[in-house]
Write a protein that binds this ligand. Sequence first.
Ligand SMILES: *Cc1c(COP(=O)(O)O)cnc(C)c1O
Length: 362
Amino acid sequence: MSRVKKLIRQEILDLSAYPVPSAAGMIKLDAMENPYIWPAVAREAWADLLKDVPINRYPDASGEMVKDALREEMGVNEKYDILLGNGSDEIIQMLAMAVAKPGATILAPEPGFVMYKMIATFCGLNYVGVPLTADFELDEPAMLAAIEEHDPQLIFLAQPNNPTGNLWDETAIQNIIEASQGLVILDEAYTAFTDADHLALLEKYDHVLVMRTLSKVGLAGLRLGLLIGSKEWLSELEKIRMPYNINSLTQASALFALEHFDMLVMQTEQLRVDRVVLMNDLTAIAGLEVFPSEANFVLVRTPDGMARNWFQDLKEKGILIKCLDGGHPLLKNCLRITVGTTDQNERLVTALNEIAQSGSVQ
Ligand SMILES: *Cc1c(COP(=O)(O)O)cnc(C)c1O
């Protein structure tokens, strides 16, 4: 046995690395990024600011100014603390590490965000995925039964959910929270694209925290996520956070972006308008089922057996989306399309219409 195979934990050897396909030269509608860049004046002002960042020094370890700006922009009450992560992915990891006693369990509805399961594996926790119903609603009896059986330390509820795009019944969410003996994380990665908001649950339940990110609103390259909640929880999690996890360029850039947040809000407003247009256009394509979305992406289902073909045909036409067929039984024949610029959406719809009309492409 090689030393690698002997030393590395079996569950890590069994993993395949998170696949990120090359998108060089393609219309990129696969990763829920904001397709718009900033106006030239804003980019110049930002670059001016970055040239004075003291890159020879360690970053501000607490990120206090960034937290204040986030608090202001997101309307977070003073009585709650904020924890910063290098993307919300890192926050999920900190949460997992914090509760990783032998035998600890993470539970989440499925299909859901894949990193919950990946990070459970990284950190040596059990993972329990509870299937949603066929129309991607929470299966409340199944969730309650799984909570009873596994008594999970951590439950993740993404609202809107990725990759389905929908919001779940609020009463079901609260019944799940009330049944849980563990910590429940409301993952609001897509908060910019919906009016739903779960900050009020912090008031009602002291075992709930709300997680957000700047990635989907237009700053995916910065890697900045945040966790919002009571000092009691967050002061413990702070101990796990690497002191310099938010680098100086990210801090300076986030401060700049938050000062000019109206720029990003205008873009997300445009994406919300275009989401409706895109959904209507997709609905008109013969054989395509379109699921409701409160996020910056749309889940669709192709005629049986066509998802991989249509994905491949789109790729050949220079458009990259996400093929979810095979990822989870409930996602059979499903594709996920990120809302792009108005022009990109139109090109996608044109291409899909051509593909749908040409019938099965062998
Ligand atoms: C994208 C996403 C995240 C992670 O975002 P970061 O870029 O790591 O901040 C977390 N949760 C859900 C549901 C997501 O879709």
